[in-house]
Write a protein that binds this ligand. Structure first.
Ligand code: GRF
Length: 195
């Protein structure tokens, strides 16, 4: 199967996915990286010898053109700081996935880890979801909870959250590529699960 990753930042999640592909843990072809700005993810793509595109304006038009041409099985958002326009969500649903660093529906949008930290939650975590028309609202595929130790600094919480993302995102991608699923209403369900 073919996958495409879109990012805007550091690219640490992209890096883990590229690693999983290159070591054969994730059996897929990483066709390319799409970015909407100069960012760390580009260097990671270079290191792995993965083709990358800096999307030209308007970004969603080039995004659509490239994706349309590649026709990937999965479009993986990994810190891509843009809202996917409705027409593209409709066109590619349910093939766009996103990772969000909180337990949705808590703390959607930007700076979710800071939001959760400042709110003083005792439990937070990571969510992987299908992208729908809202911001961080789509059907939830996977969540991992993390208990927040009172002694942690924001930086420590960030590190723990990123560790969880890095451990799980590529695994969830692998499942999406290899297991049947259905989405009914807003509910995501694996079809090969017992019971
Ligand atoms: C991650 O925390 C992800 O959950 C959020 O953006 C961040 C991207 O980090 N959507 P990186 O660029 O993968 O290091």
């Amino acid at each position: 199967p073919r996958i495409v990753v879109a990012a805007s930042g550091r690219g640490s999640n992209f890096e883990k996915i590229a690693e999983a592909v290159s070591t054969g843990l994730l059996n897929a072809t990483l066709e390319c990286l799409l970015v909407d700005r100069e960012c760390g993810a580009l260097e990671i793509a270079r290191n792995f010898g993965i083709r990358s595109y800096l999307l030209s304006k308007p970004w969603h038009k080039s995004f659509d053109e490239i994706i349309d041409q590649i026709n990937p099985h999965l479009i993986v958002l990994a810190g891509f700081m843009r809202i996917i326009p409705e027409n593209l969500v409709e066109k590619y649903f349910p093939r766009i996935v996103n990772i969000h660093p909180s337990l949705l529906p808590a703390f959607p949008g930007k700076d979710a880890i800071v939001q959760a930290y400042e709110y003083g939650v005792k439990v937070t975590g990571v969510t992987v979801h299908i992208v729908d028309k809202g911001v961080d609202t789509g059907p939830i595929i996977f969540q991992k909870a993390l208990e927040v130790d009172e002694s942690w600094s924001l930086e420590q919480l960030e590190e723990k959250i990123h560790q969880i993302e890095h451990e799980w995102y590529w695994r969830v991608i692998r499942e999406l590529l290899y297991r049947p699923f259905e989405i009914v209403g807003r509910k995501f369900r694996w079809l090969d699960e017992e019971g």
